[in-house]
Design a protein around this ligand. Structure first.
Ligand SMILES: Nc1nc2c(c(=O)[nH]1)N[C@H]1C(S)=C(S)[C@@H](COP(=O)(O)OP(=O)(O)OC[C@H]3O[C@@H](n4cnc5c(=O)[nH]c(N)nc54)[C@H](O)[C@@H]3O)O[C@H]1N2
Ligand SMILES: Nc1nc2c(c(=O)[nH]1)N[C@H]1C(S)=C(S)[C@@H](COP(=O)(O)OP(=O)(O)OC[C@H]3O[C@@H](n4cnc5c(=O)[nH]c(N)nc54)[C@H](O)[C@@H]3O)O[C@H]1N2
Ligand code: SF4
Ligand SMILES: [Mo]
Length: 737
């Protein structure tokens, strides 16, 4: 078979002209993994696919982490799926033809729909899917299956930050400013984010911040590689960020750092928020968080004496059963000090997946329609139904959130289509989720590799990936980018868009599911027009010429003057066509996106984590990432270099805790919660609180961290509490004897 890594480049919109046969073609594209969406050049020649620097792309300026550098390994037929698989009479997955496999999926879904109604068919998407795929998947669920039961893994990612920003600002875009602004502010509080491992090329903005005289404060229960670079490291108990932020706000007020003019002119709700914060005395906050009062004072001093400052959160404070309120508390701190809606100041969230931002804007979320519209808004339903050519009354209402959907499998929801996620490894209380998935009447998975979830499917559809297809993604800055096809896929894999088109046709909808991503994007533009995330002024053409366009970017009506240009700084890219809207690198500079234009303080109070330590489960578990593995590991565990760097799970614990339970470096330890038990080698480190252990979640099997995690949900965002649960930690042999 022809190797996809040596295949000729395909001609796609924006790809360079056909190269000289001897010269390897070079295509400017983007990494398949995280939300930074680093620019890279791919050279496809007889020697295979090489990753080359793409220094002119402003976000990473040529730098890549090891995952990006080794990404071409995923293109190899030895790594990835190359043909459809169906479960045969023997119970094994066996190769099948595409028509057969697609027929089986259509039959499986129709059977369940006929027997149990449309809501018995579920769809589970992913924040790694391109905008076009996310859009088509949401449309497929609502128009073809007629189901309300669609959600996606982004619910596990930045949903609390999204909900918090919506409440405070009336709009959520990961960062409301280009990442480059971080280097030009005076002080950054980085809360529960470890970019040194999760977005290494972004660390240079923190380095530049310090070179420019700015200060960095890191809030993390572990002294991470990121925390090591901080001027001040606060190490709270997991699950206490809300109290910490309130304690800081208390000190802001007590020490006279509030910006009364800003509060009066641009916010509402201060009195109530202030009253709650004043009840959170520094000593009380020290008791809850374990952060000493002098450190709280120092943080307030650094944050407030800088002329401008920012708070950036990531999964640490967000993946909690009070993540939305915690984000509100950090936003309150910014608002009270006038650090929002101004140049080089503000609150931002570091989104996670390649299209974590765009993936939540175009309709694969349970309550959303394209353009970040609400499924419950009659005007939004009319607009999108108009674009889709269907009766608005026939669009289903909001469905269940991701964990609730997984929990309902086998009961109310009996068939599932998964596209772009591996919940067997990544969902909370994963043993239960796996058992629910096994109890389905029918499971179809479209994936690039045989993930742990795909391995349970009745039908596995092998699909094309990043470098084999063109599509748009929206990075953590809200910058819409064109990821270009650079190589031809193996002959027997098809795109997700083609899968949806074929399934729609088999289920009786023969129009409205084009396979060409540019055609899908053209429809997405219309569907998003006038919505909060307006993409209507963005085209593949513009994305080819410019270094991304920041939404909102409405289409300027012919003859109308273009909106005034916003200063773009070094993050903005080249000039757009003269009559086009320039996009919006910076939000909220004049007004917030609420009805009255004012940002809203939300009066939030501390509450404990859902599970506090007790005699049986005396230790806290928190979870997260390591540099060389990505998410459920479905992709990166298949890359030799990455596996060598991070070969398996571990339990990070403090030497004092290790001594107490009689564990030495490398011993197998069991981490046991009310949900289950995970076992992995001990890694002793004084860089973690002694009341807390940490496990990365990238592996299946006995070291699967999510066997242990707590699926309790945030009441607003429906985010599970991945970052804190109560556990017992013991030598694995003890329990096995
Ligand atoms: N190498 C790598 N990079 C990735 C990914 C990956 O899987 N691997 N995934 C991508 C995705 S989708 C995402 S969402 C991002 C996530 O990026 P990050 O949010 O940076 O990653 P995490 O490791 O989940 O969590 C960050 C830190 O939160 C800390 N933490 C744990 N509990 C708490 C707490 O209660 N409070 C506070 N303040 N901190 C706490 C952890 O110790 C950890 O160091 O990374 C993206 N980049
Ligand atoms: N304990 C714990 N658990 C967590 C977290 C945590 O911090 N702690 N973090 C959570 C977060 S933030 C996230 S984002 C989730 C992520 O967890 P998952 O949703 O499991 O994410 P991935 O491992 O990236 O899975 C993506 C799957 O889609 C496939 N894929 C990639 N590209 C495509 C494509 O274009 N089309 C299709 N059809 N498939 C594709 C990949 O091969 C892979 O199998 O994990 C969550 N789980
Ligand atoms: S930081 Fe993220 S986008 Fe950049 S190379 Fe690494 S994984 Fe890819
Ligand atoms: Mo994520």
């Amino acid at each position: 078979m022809q190797s996809p890594t040596s295949a000729a480049p395909a001609r796609t919109p924006g790809s360079p002209a056909a190269p000289h046969p001897a010269a390897p073609a070079v295509t400017a594209t983007h990494c398949p993994y995280c939300a930074l969406q680093c620019g890279m050049n791919l050279s496809a020649g007889s020697g295979g696919v090489q990753v080359l620097e793409r220094t002119e792309f402003p976000v990473n300026r040529g730098a890549l982490c090891g995952k990006g550098r080794t990404a071409p390994a995923l293109l190899s037929p030895a790594t990835r799926l190359t043909e459809p698989l169906v479960r045969g009479a023997s119970g094994q997955l066996e190769p099948a033809s595409w028509p057969d496999a697609l027929d089986r999926v259509a039959e499986g879904l129709s059977r369940v729909r006929t027997a149990h109604g449309p809501d018995a068919c579920g769809v589970f998407g992913g924040g790694g899917l391109t905008n076009e795929k996310a859009y088509a998947l949401g449309k497929f669920a609502r128009v073809v299956l007629g189901t309300s039961q669609i959600d996606y893994n982004g619910r596990f990612c930045m949903s609390s930050a999204a909900a918090g920003q919506q409440r405070a600002f009336g709009l959520d875009r990961g960062l409301p400013f280009p990442l480059a602004d971080v280097a030009r502010t005076g002080c950054v509080i980085l809360v529960g984010a470890n970019p040194a491992e999760t977005m290494p090329p972004a660390v240079r903005y923190l380095t530049e911040l310090k070179e420019n005289g700015g200060r960095l404060i890191v809030v993390d229960p572990r002294r991470t590689r990121t925390a090591e670079q901080a001027d001040l490291h606060l190490a709270p108990r997991p699950g206490t960020d809300l109290a910490l932020a309130l304690g800081l706000l208390h000190l802001v007020v007590a020490e006279g750092h509030t910006d009364e003019a800003f509060i009066a002119a641009r916010t509402s709700g201060w009195e109530q928020a202030r009253a709650v914060a004043m009840a959170h005395w520094p000593e009380y906050v020290e008791r809850i968080t374990g952060v000493p009062v002098p450190q709280l004072r120092e943080a307030v001093r650094l944050f407030c004496t800088a002329p401008e400052s920012m708070v950036l959160t990531a999964r640490g404070p967000e993946q909690q059963s009070k993540g939305t309120d915690t984000v509100a508390a950090w936003i309150n701190l910014c608002l009270a000090t006038g650090r929002a809606g101004r140049p080089r100041s503000g609150y931002g969230c570091l989104t996670g997946q390649g299209n974590g931002q765009g993936g939540r804007e175009h309709g694969q979320k349970a309550d959303q329609l394209p353009g970040y519209r609400k499924l419950t808004d009659p005007a939004a339903r009319r607009h999108v139904a108009g674009v889709w050519g269907v009766d608005p009354d026939r669009l289903p209402g909001p469905g269940r959130s991701a964990y609730e959907l997984l929990d309902a499998l086998g009961d109310d929801v009996r068939a599932l289509l998964v596209m772009g996620s591996n919940p067997v490894v990544s969902a909370p209380r994963a043993a239960h989720v796996e058992e629910r998935i096994r109890s389905l009447d029918f499971l179809a998975v479209a994936d690039v590799v045989l993930s742990e979830t795909a391995a349970l499917a009745d039908v596995v559809l092998p699909v094309t990936q990043w470098a084999e297809e063109t599509g748009t993604v929206t990075n953590l800055e809200g910058r819409v980018l064109l990821r270009r096809r650079a190589v031809a896929p193996p002959p027997d894999v098809r795109s997700d868009l083609s899968v949806l088109r074929e399934l729609a046709a088999r289920l009786g909808v023969s129009k409205g599911f084009p396979e060409d991503p540019e055609e899908v994007f053209a429809e997405l533009r219309r569907a998003s027009a006038g919505g909060p995330a307006d993409y209507s002024g963005i085209s593949y053409r513009r994305l080819t010429d410019e270094q991304g366009v920041f939404w909102p970017c409405p289409e300027t009506p012919p003859g109308a003057a273009a909106a005034p240009r916003t200063r773009t700084g070094s993050g903005g890219g080249e000039a757009p066509p003269p009559d086009a809207h320039p996009g919006t690198p910076r939000l909220f500079l004049e007004r917030f996106a609420t009805d009255d234009g004012r940002a809203r303080f939300v009066p939030v109070a501390h509450r404990p984590a859902a599970e506090e330590p007790d005699e049986t489960y005396p230790v806290l578990l928190t979870t997260g990432r390591v540099l060389a593995q990505y998410q459920s590991g479905a992709q990166t565990r298949r890359v030799k270099e990455l596996n060598a760097a991070a070969p398996g799970p571990f339990v990070q614990l403090h030497p004092r805790l290790a001594a107490r339970i009689g564990v030495a470096e490398g011993d197998r330890v069991a981490v046991v919660s009310r949900r289950g038990r995970a076992v992995a080698p001990a890694r002793l480190s004084s860089g973690i609180r002694a009341d807390t252990v940490f496990m990365p979640f990238h592996w299946p099997g006995e070291g699967r961290a999510n066997t242990v995690t707590n699926p309790v949900l945030d009441p607003v965002s429906r985010m599970p509490e991945f970052k804190v649960c109560a556990v017992r930690v013991e030598r694995a042999e003890l329990a096995e004897e």
